[in-house]
Design a protein. Sequence first.
Length: 286
Amino acid sequence: MQALYDVPAPAKLNLFLHITGRRDDGYHLLQSVFMLVDWCDTLHFERRSASQEITREDLGAALPDVDLTIKAARALQAATGCTQGAHIAVSKSIPAQAGMGGGSSDAATTLLALNRLWGLHLPRAALERIGITLGADIPFFLRGRNAFVEGIGETITPLEKVHQLPPARFAIVKPAAGLETKLIFSSPSLKRDSDSATILGFAAAHFDFGRNDLQPVAQALCPQVTEALEWLRSRGLQGRMTGSGSAVFAQMSHAVDLDGAPQGWQVKACENLMIHPLAGWASDEN
């Protein structure tokens, strides 16, 4: 039985997130920079050649019965007619409802790993077409490069084409409480008319650019977001929320004591990644 062990699924931070409008179908138009960081889930894959069954084992916190890894594996089977199966073991580290893309990253890693394990040889673009049906962030993780993201998340411009992010360290704080994306985006007080940003505008300011338009609504819904920002401020750090979850982050230009967080909070010092660890696992052919 062939297997792939210790396969990483890195998290992302939204360095800024502006809502520039809303489509007639209700989807919000956004602009953001997605940046990979070295806070990773770890997955293990075993091929089942005699069965199409997809099973999952939770090595840590229990996941929903049908999570994005299961959905991604089944979608890859359906798209290719693959008659092989797999057993997937998931060791979660990225917190849920954090805005860090943990589930989407797991799904992208599943598509990349099973594409290799099953010998399907699909190019990256084909995997992206499968991934976008499961979640808007999945194509970003499949591309594997820090990127300027627009539209509903489907327009992805690698930053390295215009401006490469410098290496940096970040303090990431996930309070005990989580946030559901739909609650934020359905709020009537959400700002939906931010001016359009540009990659060059972001490049001029780096990690200090813009804001997260979701943050005021999130703070009203979840007071622990404010508490986490104040905790960072008590350590001399200016933080902001990432994505649509409750996690906040701040760049660290010097060593900072990150001990002493409230019980149940997750605090981690992370470095940004220039490239996804699995970026070479799919070709860029059409």
